[in-house]
Design a protein around this ligand. Structure first.
Ligand SMILES: Cc1ncc(COP(=O)(O)O)c(C=O)c1O
Length: 352
């Protein structure tokens, strides 16, 4: 397939407009970070027009330009700094431990290296080689769990191992992103205000559910500020977060094999469940139509919006959160062989 022929004609037409607008924006103050932990870009949105046969525009909040390449740098820094403020951890006395197979592990490893903490990441055999490399490059140690738990995932076993290790070593401190309130508070304090300062009237906010930190932090912000925005959670088929049966999943980011303590269903308006095949099709549709390479959970969230399209109105303002970009998925979602081995019919029908 010739990628360029398949692109939306709008993409090239809008390009010069965007180029001009980006030049005129040179007069706005630049972001000059004095510490790499300040390299967080909370107001970057990509307006997706004419996608998913949807009449309404979707404003995709792009988190992949942040330090460490994802939304997870925000909870990583917040969890560490609140503990430091409380005097519970210090680089001299504390060895940080956390369970992650993805972006949080990379983000904590980076933040720990800047702050001077020793870090151990407990992961499993599904970790991508690129995340493994990132965690180690930033100085983190990696423990790989090989035995599956009763839900066909690894999370229960990863957590059991951490509990055992912290019993044995008093200097170990578990951040515990699944239960740590700062993992949601940071989105209440940063992600949600960035959305509502940019779009005061959002009709629908679509958020993928992993630990549910992003989802719960934004939902709490909407409720406390008495906004009319409907929060739609998007989860992967086979995830147990919303009390549905577990099944095998391949794409990291969204979905769990153990219900996170942070989740509170009563704060959200609706839930959409997306099969991994639809995630892959959506990621590849975006690549073909917009030459935009997104991560798996962005594909899942957009596939969730597509499934929800019948409830959306042309005049609605729709915002969706894109937690990371696609480079970390070149060996999986964007690798034909990987896809065909797991989802044999997936590549035949690319949507839209
Ligand atoms: C790529 C990606 N998508 C989605 C999520 C889910 O975010 P949360 O844990 O806030 O639910 C994560 C979290 O690790 C992620 O890395």
């Amino acid at each position: 397939m010739n990628l360029y022929n398949a692109l939306d004609t709008n993409t090239s037409l809008n390009f010069s407009k965007n180029f001009k607008s980006s030049r005129s924006s040179l007069i706005t103050p630049p972001l000059i970070a004095e510490n790499s932990l300040e390299l967080i870009l909370d107001k970057v949105f990509y307006k997706l027009e004419n996608l998913l046969s949807l009449k309404a525009d979707i404003f995709l909040k792009i988190e992949g330009f942040n330090l460490a390449g994802s939304i997870k740098i925000k909870p990583a820094i917040r969890m560490l700094e609140v503990l430091e403020e409380k005097g519970e951890i210090s680089p001299k006395h504390t060895h940080i431990i956390e369970s992650s197979s993805g972006n949080l592990g990379v983000a904590v490893s980076l933040a720990c290296s800047i702050k001077g903490y020793h870090f151990t990441c407990v992961s499993d055999i599904n970790i991508s080689s690129i995340n493994e490399q990132y965690i180690k490059l930033f100085g983190g140690d990696l423990i790989i769990v090989k035995e599956q738990d009763k839900n066909g995932g690894f999370l229960n076993n990863r957590i059991a191992l951490i509990k055992q290790l912290i019993k044995e070593n008093k200097n170990l401190f578990w951040l515990n992103q699944y239960a740590n309130h700062e993992n949601k508070n940071v989105h209440y304090l940063t992600t949600a205000p960035a959305i509502f300062e940019s779009f005061p009237e959002v009709n629908y906010l679509f958020i993928g559910a992993g630990t549910t930190g992003t989802l719960m932090g934004c939902a709490e912000y909407i409720i406390e500020h008495k906004l009319k925005t409907k929060v739609i959670a998007v989860d992967a088929f086979g995830s147990v977060t919303f009390d549905l049966p577990s099944s095998k999943r391949y794409i990291p980011g969204l979905g769990t094999s153990r219900k996170p303590e942070l989740v509170n269903k009563s704060l959200i308006d609706d839930i959409v469940i997306v099969k991994e095949e639809e995630t892959i099709k959506m990621c590849r549709t975006l690549l073909r139509k917009k030459a935009f390479l997104v991560g798996g959970s962005t594909g899942t969230v957009l596939a969730g919006i597509k499934a929800y399209a019948h409830k959306l109105d042309m005049a609605d303002t729709i915002v969706a959160i894109s937690p990371d970009l696609g480079e970390r998925y070149l060996d999986t979602i964007y690798n034909d062989q990987w896809v065909l081995e797991r989802f044999p019919n997936c590549l035949e029908s690319i949507i839209d």
